[in-house]
Design a protein around this ligand. Structure first.
Ligand code: MN
Length: 240
C-alpha cells in the first residue's frame, strides 16, 4: 500500500485536461492507496467555498469517492487556495492540515508544508501572504460579492505573474537557511513540499546528519507525485 503526495495541480475550469488527469489518477490509485496528501494549490484560484464552478464537480466527486472507499485524504492550503474551508472539507471528506505538519510514513518522520513559507527571500510575497492569512482579512473578503472576489483573484494572479517575470529565479526558490531552521525546529531529516514547481530530491547535511528535501512538481504539462511505501519514496510522473 502507498501513501501518495501531490501538490500544485492548479486545476482550472478552463483547463478540462488537468481535471481529467487528476480524476483518472485518483480512480487508478484508490485500490492501492493508504492515504492521500494534497499539499496545496489543488486549484488555480479559490475565492470561497460558496463559489464552486460546475467544472470542479468531478474533482469533489473523486475525493468524496476516495473517502467513501476508506482512503483518508488530507489537504494543506497553498497560496492559491488558502480560502478552502470547512464546507469544502465536508463535501470532499478531506481533513484540513496546518501549514506545517509532521507525519510518519513507513516508519519515517516527514515534515510537510506547501513550500511558500520557505521562500523567505521573496519579501513582497511574504508581506502579501501575511495579510491574506489574517482571519479578519479573510472574513472581510468572503463577505464581498462574488464578482468583486473574482476580480481580486484575477488581479492578484496578473500581479503575481508580472512580479515573477521580474524576479531573479533564485528569489522564487526556497531559502536554504529557512529550510534548515524549520527542519531543525521540527526535529526531522526529511522535508516534502511543492510550490516552487521545481521537482527534485535534494540531499544535504544538517547538523552533521543526512537530510533530504523532496520537491513535488506542478501538473501543468503532466502530473507529479511522491509514492511512499515500505520500499521508500519515489518521485514520479503519473500516467496520463
Ligand atoms: Mn504555490
Amino acid at each position: 500500500m502507498n501513501t501518495l503526495f501531490i501538490s500544485d495541480l492548479h486545476l482550472d475550469a478552463e483547463r478540462p485536461d488537468g481535471i481529467g488527469l487528476f480524476v483518472r489518477f485518483i480512480e487508478r490509485e484508490t485500490p492501492t492507496t493508504e492515504a492521500l496528501y494534497i499539499l496545496g494549490d489543488l486549484f488555480e484560484a479559490w475565492i470561497g467555498d460558496d463559489v464552486t464552478d460546475a467544472e470542479f464537480k468531478p474533482v469533489i466527486g473523486a475525493l468524496a469517492d476516495l473517502k467513501r472507499r476508506g482512503v483518508p485524504c488530507y489537504f494543506m492550503h497553498g497560496n492559491r487556495d488558502f480560502l478552502i474551508g470547512k464546507r469544502f472539507a465536508t463535501a470532499t471528506g478531506c481533513r484540513l492540515l496546518g501549514e506545517y505538519e509532521v507525519i510518519e510514513v513507513a516508519g519515517e518522520r516527514v515534515l510537510l508544508t506547501h513550500g511558500d513559507l520557505l521562500c523567505t527571500d521573496d519579501e513582497p510575497y511574504m508581506a502579501l501572504r501575511a495579510m491574506v492569512r489574517e482571519p479578519a482579512w479573510q472574513r472581510d473578503f468572503l463577505a464581498k460579492p462574488i464578482e468583486e472576489r473574482r476580480a481580486f483573484a484575477d488581479d492578484l494572479r496578473d500581479k503575481s505573474r508580472a512580479a515573477a517575470a521580474e524576479k531573479p529565479p533564485e528569489i522564487m526558490d526556497v531559502n536554504q537557511q529557512t529550510v534548515e531552521s524549520v527542519m531543525r525546529d521540527h526535529g526531522v531529516d526529511l522535508l516534502l513540499h511543492g510550490h516552487t514547481h521545481r521537482p527534485g530530491i535534494h540531499r544535504f547535511t544538517l547538523d552533521g546528519s543526512k537530510a533530504t528535501r523532496i520537491v513535488l512538481g506542478d501538473w501543468y504539462e503532466q502530473g507529479s507525485a511522491v509514492r511512499w511505501n515500505n520500499g521508500g519514496f519515489r518521485l514520479e510522473t503519473p500516467a496520463p
